[in-house]
Design a binder for this molecule. Structure first.
Ligand SMILES: Cc1ncc(COP(=O)(O)O)c(C=O)c1O
Length: 420
């Protein structure tokens, strides 16, 4: 076991509360890294030498390059290299250039942007949709445009950071219920004063660090009973969950009962961009009041052209999703057979719970050096005692690649005492 894995405590570096120069924390982190060289810093942000396919080259910190089986990409449908998507993107580069040069409401909207927004709206059977530069800014823009002081936003504790940041920026009162705990949610709703009517419940559809689904049918019922609006961020549900890949809302048959369907074009769609689908009036309001839309340059047309093809594929290509689920089930079952502790998942995210930060970085490094790329997740994304490797499954993984990855998992898991 690697003993040089020191615990890196985020809070040791960040809250200085005005006692020091604002750059003090920067120097302290720098000194800490020099002194302890914590293992998982070396494993973060390593550059890939090609597209995030099922197998890809990676450059280690010392400059050495080697191939890894990719279990760390959110491009679940392997769509980033789909020939139809690439061809459309190349064509749009020739026709529209590589960037837009303006925000959407000025000169930053092309005919392709409008086509994609209309396609997203049709996909979700809503009247319209608005796109943001990314999912993070989408959540911030939507929440801060709609909520303000006096309103109450009720969040699942495992919601994405961008949702909490949007809530903070809005100035609304933030309430948090324990992850997926409907009793706790109802307790909070029951306690709201009757005269307080500005209420929004927000939940991820698929939780990004856990892989499990929000019980949307129950949340819809509670939102109705307590007169709340409901926003769902289905970043990891789109293209993966639901009978036709329309996400968690489809999975729980909640179509028409969610006020704001938000998400990102960066996971299964494989590109970048946030979106919010809803009524025409809602989308018009957001175009004027969501500041991350109004004041931020729009996504380059070549990316938009690729995404138009992605939505065509999402509507027609069920085989890609079927293969994804075959792979998810295969990896989940076999990791469990090996004895790994997997959180309960309903998506392409398999959390391999390690629960001990002192081995997490070394485990991830050993897996990587042996040829398997996974992501390390710990505080502040999850509680330290629930730290984990986040394994993401792509439909392009072959049986051979998955078996090789499972063998490497078995070896490393035994080395660190995680499995018998
Ligand atoms: C649930 C959720 N919402 C929003 C985001 C932010 O999306 P983006 O990476 O497109 O900014 C992510 C992931 O990054 C996410 O997992």
């Amino acid at each position: 076991m690697d003993t040089d894995q020191q615990e890196m405590r985020f809070e040791d570096f960040v809250p200085e509360q005005g006692r020091y120069d604002i750059f003090h924390k920067v120097e302290r982190l720098d000194a800490y890294i020099r002194k302890t060289n914590p293992g998982y810093i070396d494993g973060l942000g390593l550059p890939l030498t090609g597209a995030a396919n099922a197998e890809v080259g990676i450059r280690e910190k010392d400059g050495q390059e080697h191939d890894v089986i990719m279990l760390g990409s959110n491009s679940y449908l392997g769509i980033t290299t789909h020939p139809q998507v690439i061809a459309a993107s190349k064509k749009a580069t020739d026709e529209f250039g590589y960037g837009m040069g303006a925000v959407s409401l000025y000169a930053g909207t092309s005919v392709l942007h409008r086509e994609l927004e209309e396609r997203i709206a049709r996909f979700y059977k809503t009247e319209d949709a608005i796109m943001f530069p990314c999912g993070y800014s989408g959540n911030i823009g939507v929440i801060s445009a709609l909520c303000g002081p006096g309103d109450i936003v009720i969040n699942d504790s495992a919601n994405h950071a961008s949702i909490f940041d949007g809530c903070r920026l809005s100035g609304a009162t933030i309430k948090v219920y324990m992850h997926n705990n409907m009793k706790h949610l109802e307790k909070i709703l029951k306690a709201l004063p009757a005269e307080q009517q500005g209420r929004l419940i927000i939940t991820d559809g698929v939780f990004s660090m856990h892989g499990d689904l929000a019980p949307l049918d129950q949340i819809v019922a509670l939102a109705k009973a307590y007169n709340c609006r409901l926003m769902v961020d289905d970043a990891h549900g789109l293209g993966v969950v639901g009978a036709t890949g329309r996400g968690t809302i489809e999975h729980f048959h909640c179509e028409g009962n969610v006020d704001l369907t938000c998400g990102t074009l960066s996971k299964a769609p494989g590109a970048i961009g946030g979106y919010c689908a809803g009524s025409s009036a809602m989308v018009r309001y957001l175009r004027f009041f969501a500041r991350t839309y109004f004041f931020s340059t729009s996504i380059p047309a070549p990316t938009i052209a690729g995404l138009i093809e992605v939505f065509k594929l999402l509507e027609t290509d069920t085989a890609g999703r079927r293969q994804l689920w075959n792979n998810i089930n295969y990896m989940q079952q076999n990791l469990q057979i090996l004895g790994f502790k997997l959180g309960s998942t309903g998506s392409a995210i398999l959390p391999v719970v390690v629960g001990n930060e002192s081995i997490l970085g070394a485990l991830q490094r050993d897996l990587r050096h042996a040829g398997v790329f996974t992501n390390v997740v710990t505080y502040p994304a999850v509680r330290r005692k629930e730290c984990r490797l986040r394994v993401s499954i792509m439909n392009s993984l072959t049986r051979e690649q998955m078996d090789k990855a499972l063998n490497i998992f078995a070896e490393c898991g035994r080395k660190y005492g995680l499995i018998p």
